[in-house]
Design a protein around this ligand. Structure first.
Ligand code: THU
Length: 172
């Protein structure tokens, strides 16, 4: 019997993400707590008559400016926009050339208790990723629900592994 070696390059790989969990907003440092409070203020400006889910985001820029955003819905549902993109696009439009440092996100609802941290949707992750790549600086996330735990994630790359960066190669 002839032994035929099989050449196989298959590998089982894995990616993990690190994040920090705080029991409450009160465990955050003063700057982060204040940013999350701005996100909470922003949630009050949401226009969400269709979902009753009010999301607030606050973006801290490298120049210290904070820009708030909230979700804006529309009778033609897909025409609305998430809080994160409202905040980030507004921040970018008002502060061209300035990198982003941190984005705080929170949500509340008149219909359900939002007990867990709210993660940005996939489209928002991709949109925010653009600015992390553009400025080559990590954009940190602080995520919370209406109350309770806060999660801190160090960059968009962690939230969107194998992301598309407009190039033909992944950048791990
Ligand atoms: N929404 C956000 O604003 N951000 C998210 O990260 C998830 C969802 C909005 C979109 C819509 O207005 C409502 O929440 C329900 O999906």
């Amino acid at each position: 019997m002839r032994f035929v070696p099989v050449i196989c390059g298959m590998k089982n790989l894995s990616l993990t993400i690190d994040y920090i969990e705080y029991d409450s907003i009160d465990e955050l440092n003063a700057e982060d707590k204040s940013l999350m409070q701005k996100a909470q203020e922003a949630a009050n400006t949401a226009y969400a008559p269709y979902s009753n889910f009010s999301v607030g985001a606050a973006v801290l820029l490298e120049n210290g400016v904070i820009v708030k955003g909230s979700n804006q819905e529309n009778a033609a549902y897909p025409s609305g926009l998430c809080a994160e993109r409202v905040a980030v696009f507004s921040a970018a439009a008002q502060n061209p050339g300035v990198a982003f440092k941190t984005i705080a996100v929170t949500a509340k609802s008149s219909k359900i208790a939002v007990e867990n941290p709210v993660g940005p949707c996939g489209s928002c992750r991709q949109a925010i990723s653009e600015y992390e790549v553009l400025y080559n600086k990590p954009i940190r996330f602080l995520l919370m629900g209406e109350r309770g735990k806060v999660l801190e994630i160090k960059d968009v790359k962690s939230l969107l592994p194998l992301r598309f960066e407009g190039k033909d190669a992944f950048n791990f």
